[in-house]
Write a protein that binds this ligand. Sequence first.
Ligand code: 5GP
Length: 193
Amino acid sequence: MNFLEERIVKDGIVRSGNVLKVDSFLNHQMDVSLMEEIGREFHRRFAQKPITKVLTIEASGIGMAVFVAKEFGVPMVFAKKSKSVNIDADTYVAQVESFTHKNTNQVIVSKKFLNSEDHVLIIDDFLANGCALKGLISIVEQAGATVEGLGIVIEKGFQDGGKIIRDMGYPLESLAIVESMDAETGHISFRRQ
Ligand code: 5GP
């Protein structure tokens, strides 16, 4: 098991509805040393790519994306959830269905912060059905920028997102891939990588 898998087994809580709670160390209370390690690991995996921006989605992707961006020495941009119906011409927009809240959010990025010269590494905490990543890919495409790769902290391998994104041809790296999890026993197994 790698450093992250060990932590998930120790502190992750399996909830019904295929939800894994990791809020004691990843997306509510954050273990900053673990975040640093996550940043270093994504940097190692994408070091050959000419990354100019790290892109994530608010709120829970922001913590880890900051540490990734620090390793690359580039800015981190996050897509904001926006309720406004009057999106101005200066923003890229995508619709993202939320896995955890079961609603659809409109997310926006200002055109000031992403353009056709950019080489983007997309980062998020979880990958389930792939809606968040598809929204972020759409924003990069609207900018005419290049998606150099996608980094996920925890992929739930028994849901479709990973296959969808890999079938689209994008380099996707997940630090832990949960193969199965059981809300009754709390047992979690990982895909060998
Ligand atoms: P997707 O868009 O791939 O269906 O879901 C990914 C998004 O939903 C992530 O941004 C993450 O915030 C949230 N998410 C999906 N599955 C889980 C989960 O098991 N636990 C937590 N805490 N968040 C999840």
